[in-house]
Design a protein around this ligand. Sequence first.
Ligand SMILES: [Zn+2]
Length: 151
Amino acid sequence: MADPHTVRREIRLSASCGRHIAEHLVSGLPYEACGVLRGKAAAGGMRIDAFAPIRNVAPDPLHRFVLDPVEWTRECLRGDGLIGLFHSHPCSPPVPSEEDLRQLPLFAGMLSVYLIGSPKNADGEMELNGFMIEKEKDGLYHLIPAVIKHG
Ligand SMILES: [Zn+2]
């Protein structure tokens, strides 16, 4: 069997959805912003069609995020292609933090895509990293880097 880390994973992101995520990231500054992603499985990975912002209710939103439980529940009840989670790192690179990995089991069973964005410049552009949430042989969920394809 192929090593799961060598399998190429792709996350396809529509331009409008990418813009929506970037705008939400900027509107949340200096705090972390978060939201959910809707889409479906596609050849070689997942396709993201829509983004829905969710309020970050963390007591210390500069360095972490907690999804507003009412908005999160509403998004879950809508069903219909809920596949992933986005949050931003306003002041650090878009790579999973220790806190992110600690929180992962809260969402991992029901989601498969994990996006982290950081501001790239003052023009509202962002640097975006994508991961697939996968359960590995150790029985734990891991974030496996994926390639983001725009368009
Ligand atoms: Zn984070």
